[in-house]
Ligand binder design. Sequence first.
Ligand SMILES: [Zn+2]
Length: 169
Amino acid sequence: MDEGSPTPAEKFRIRLERAAGYGEVWEIVKDTVAFSLHKRRSGMMLFLDDLPIQLGAYHPIGTNNIVLNRRLVQIVEAAIESKRVVNALVYNLLLHEYLHALGEYSEVEVRHMVYEIAQRCFDKDYIVTVIAEKSPWTLLKGIPLEAVSVPKRVMEIVKDFEKTDRYIV
Ligand SMILES: [Zn+2]
């Protein structure tokens, strides 16, 4: 490969660091899964809710929905103040649920796949892969959770989560 052209990992890292909002991170989730597993699923919807801190997100089986823990993301956002880290966290949580939505129901297997995909698409030392290896909750180390507890707010839908201009089979 010639020096000038970016590797797939470089391209994915640049895209993720520039991603503004859930919809753009989601496109990268789908593209990295297509790149590593040659699978793709469209028509998913994302909801944000304040969940118990131990829960990052969930996908109710048989639906097109993913529910992401807004509280967890906001705590990390406030404490770490790095878009790179927050996007890496959101990528990890959404990738996990996307693999469930693609039909992989084993927790152990999904965690392993998240790590494999992260390593393959972003390289092993990158923040996405470090979070995948250690678990997203390592980001909360040292943050006093009592201090940042917020009252439960209503669930909201993320508008324009999926691009509709893509071709659908
Ligand atoms: Zn899971």
